[in-house]
Design a protein. Structure first.
Length: 181
């Protein structure tokens, strides 16, 4: 059965006309670009540097004083209540978890940054970050709790923060809702 589409064959005569004539007719008149001075490479436009997808915003010079037992309830404007309900209650199931116990502030910042980047790359939506309450004898106020809160508060991928439920660490842990990738 003959095909309805002809793909050409060796029997067709070769096109002897200028192969670029049809293109030039479609494009219209053009003028050549100016050439760079001899010896100089053509200038390339500078490409802006992109931030890592999970990069945390810079921290303020002084972290706020936060009581170890204070509960956290923060959300970006426009986040629907049904999304916030995913963070509340005892039936919360985290897609990923990070435990910062025993880390210094510098180590915790690096671990938190890597964790958020990994969670965004993996498509995690609900995460738990355990920072502890910082109530050791001889220590004043907690260090990691305000560090984590301030780091996540300004992050563009973090939609909401809540203190964890009693079975998940209470005020010693945070639940975060991340933007879908």
């Amino acid at each position: 059965m003959p095909s309805a589409i002809s793909m050409g064959s060796k029997a067709d005569p070769p096109d002897t006309a200028d192969p670029g004539a049809e293109f030039r007719a479609a494009v219209g008149p053009v003028r050549p670009l100016r050439r760079a001075p001899s010896g100089a490479a053509p200038a390339r436009p500078a490409t802006p540097r992109r931030k890592r997808p999970g990069a945390l915003p810079p921290l303020p010079a002084v972290l706020p004083v936060i009581d170890p037992g204070a509960t956290v309830r923060l959300a970006q404007s426009g986040v629907p209540n049904r999304a916030l309900r995913r963070l509340d209650g005892e039936w919360f199931v985290a897609d990923a978890e990070l435990d910062l116990h025993g880390l210094t502030a510098i180590q915790a910042t690096a671990a938190l940054q890597a964790f958020i980047a990994d969670c965004l790359a993996a498509g995690c939506e609900r995460v738990r970050i355990i920072h502890g309450k910082g109530q050791r004898p001889g220590q004043g106020l907690p260090v990691l709790k305000p560090l984590v809160i301030e780091s996540l508060r300004g992050h563009p991928a973090v939609l909401a923060l809540r203190s964890a439920g009693p079975r998940d660490g209470g005020t010693g842990a945070l639940r975060a809702l991340l933007r879908h990738a």
